[in-house]
Design a binder for this molecule. Structure first.
Ligand SMILES: Cc1ncc(COP(=O)(O)O)c(C=O)c1O
Length: 337
């Protein structure tokens, strides 16, 4: 069992041991065999086993927060606020891990996140705020990212903005943890990785590691439809591609697009099979089945990126009315600076 050293550990050694404990606690998630289609086995990395946000974003948050502290680039004792834009999971992980490290965090989320997710963000971060915005903002020009950028620019000495959309630590987290775990858990038998993208950190980090082990491994990116309702993922016709993706574009062999209804139906099926996942897992699952049907006798690995919590309301509504629609966020701001 992991033991966290004193949160506000006064000693250097205590602080480094907290950093190590956080890194050790995140990741090492199970790989589950979901089904066999066309003689191809489909496996999923169950990222909801991550302890802080119950999502893959624990990995990114852990690396983005501990990286500069470990390298002594930021003094943990300073009265700095670590600010980030997030549609949910990264914000929750940032807040919780930040607390363990004795840091102040501020997360700005788009209004699309809904009450449940905002409450989760609010309860973990030091400051939180909602700005108008959808699932696919156009980069720094609108919504939460613009708000974060403006806040940081106005007082750069007060805020640390690591920017998950362009930060190398986001890729490193997956290159050093998720990728090697998949390689080890499949005993090197993986032929295809199928993954939806938000910042691109997961697919690029895993892709870099896996292609280095075996360049024949295919990397398939999954996109939701235009005007989709799936938290954490993006369609790049609507949304600007993040830097992490544009800089590593050639790593992705193919893109596949899935519509919301297919993803929501697949999420329901996964619930029936006993996987308490969010709608992006349904998205990845449908895409993996489509790829498996085209690749006989291969071994497909995907991710179930998060738990059902953030998607529960929209799924509940879908299951009772058959309609896919967002619920409103009533609160807009807490603890203003
Ligand atoms: C809920 C959620 N968060 C994040 C991601 C992907 O993260 P990223 O591309 O930012 O690594 C996914 C991808 O499916 C997701 O479903």
């Amino acid at each position: 069992m992991t033991v966290f050293a004193s949160v506000q550990a006064p000693s250097e050694e205590g602080y480094l041991s907290t950093i190590r404990s956080i890194r050790e606690t995140v990741g090492r998630t199970p790989l589950a065999h979901i089904e066999t289609v066309n003689d191809t086995r489909i496996f999923a990395k169950l990222e909801y086993f991550n302890p802080f946000s119950h999502s893959v974003k624990d990995r990114t948050a852990a690396y983005m927060l501990t990286g500069p502290l470990e390298k002594r680039e930021v003094d943990p004792g300073r009265d700095t606020i670590w600010i980030e834009a997030s549609s949910g999971n990264l914000g929750i992980a940032y807040g919780k891990i930040g607390r363990l490290l004795g840091l102040k965090t501020m997360v700005v989320a788009p209004s699309i996140v809904g009450d449940v997710t905002f409450r989760r963000i609010r309860s973990t971060t030091t400051f939180s705020e909602i700005t108008p915005g959808g699932y696919c903002p156009r980069g720094e020009r609108d919504g939460a990212i613009k708000k974060v950028m403006d806040t940081w620019v106005s007082q750069p000495e007060k805020f640390v903005w690591r920017d998950q959309y362009s930060n190398e630590d986001n890729i490193t987290a997956h290159e050093e943890t998720t990728g090697p775990e998949i390689w080890k858990q499949t005993k090197g038998r993986i032929t295809t990785l199928v993954a939806a993208t938000g910042t691109g950190g997961t697919i690029i980090g895993c892709g870099l590691y896996l292609k280095e082990q075996d360049p024949r491994i295919e990397i398939v990116g999954v996109q939701p439809q235009v005007k989709h309702h799936i938290q954490g993922v993006r369609n790049y016709e609507e949304s600007l591609k993040p830097l992490l993706l544009t800089q590593n574009e050639d790593l992705i062999d193919e893109w596949i697009e899935i519509d919301d209804k297919e993803a929501f139906d697949a999420t329901k099926l996964l619930w029936r099979k006993g996987f308490p996942v969010g709608t992006s897992s349904g998205l990845n699952y449908v895409a993996s089945r489509k790829i498996a049907r085209r690749r006989r006798g291969t071994e497909v690995v995907t991710l179930f990126p998060d738990a059902f919590t953030n998607s529960f309301k929209i799924m509940q509504n879908y299951l009772t009315t058959g309609r896919i629609e967002d619920s409103k966020t009533e609160e807009t701001k807490t603890q203003p600076l």
